[in-house]
Design a protein around this ligand. Sequence first.
Ligand SMILES: NC(=O)C1=CN([C@@H]2O[C@H](COP(=O)(O)OP(=O)(O)OC[C@H]3O[C@@H](n4cnc5c(N)ncnc54)[C@H](O)[C@@H]3O)[C@@H](O)[C@H]2O)C=CC1
Ligand SMILES: CC(=O)C(C)=O
Length: 237
Amino acid sequence: MQDLHGKTALITGGSRGIGLKTAQALADNGVNIAITGRNNESLKDALLSLEKKDVKAIAIAGDVSKKEDVQHIVNEVLNDFGQIDILINNAGIMGNGSFFDDNEDKFREMMNVNVFGMYYMMKAVLPGMQEKNSGDVVNIASVSGLRSSASSALYAATKHAVIGLTEGVMHEVRKNNIRVQYLTPSAVLTDLIGKSDLDPQTMTHPEDIADIIVNQLKINPRTFVKNSEMWATNPHL
Ligand SMILES: NC(=O)C1=CN([C@@H]2O[C@H](COP(=O)(O)OP(=O)(O)OC[C@H]3O[C@@H](n4cnc5c(N)ncnc54)[C@H](O)[C@@H]3O)[C@@H](O)[C@H]2O)C=CC1
Ligand SMILES: CC(=O)C(C)=O
């Protein structure tokens, strides 16, 4: 296992949910943290929780679907920390409904955030990792990237794209000792899901995803888990 102390992580969508729990878990392991999100107020609260830990933490507001925001975010992190060792592409949005609904704008928005956000981030961060011949990228896909359903065609299309994008980039930068992996969680108890009929105790919690990410980052850099699918143990109870 490698020690993560002193590394720097950039986590998109770090103001709440899976992103915030991952930022907190990495900070508990001595990783300096940069979080991004769209909302300044929730970023402030998230930053306060990170500043209580024994690491350096910053928050930068921005929209990952805008190329110029992404370049600004990455420049800020590099100015403050000098390098980015870990990139967690987590920011995402979801919309469900029938394929026949009036949903073209929503589909474009989901493609822009879920797919182009990740594309811009990797374009901006990977050259620095290639230069230092090391780095980790964790892309949050979804079980909806593996299978689709009658009400999730559009969201699932974005997450299938995330997996295709991730696998291709992974193959391209393996030779640079950069580990690019994706996760496919099922229902996780966060605001993204909203009100759900599922019993919270039968769902994955965001801190469970954070544990998986931290443990996979700790694996000796010569090896990596290319993708992992996480299920709740008793989803129908
Ligand atoms: N909650 C769930 O059941 C599952 C979630 N996922 C994925 O996990 C990731 C995180 O989801 P949750 O924590 O559940 O969601 P959440 O809604 O709790 O948090 C999403 C975060 O992304 C940020 N964000 C959204 N659009 C953005 C944009 N344009 N620019 C910058 N930041 C933006 C939000 O500000 C927030 O910080 C998403 O990619 C989601 O698709 C995957 C499988 C299951
Ligand atoms: C939100 C999501 O990606 C699920 C439930 O798979």
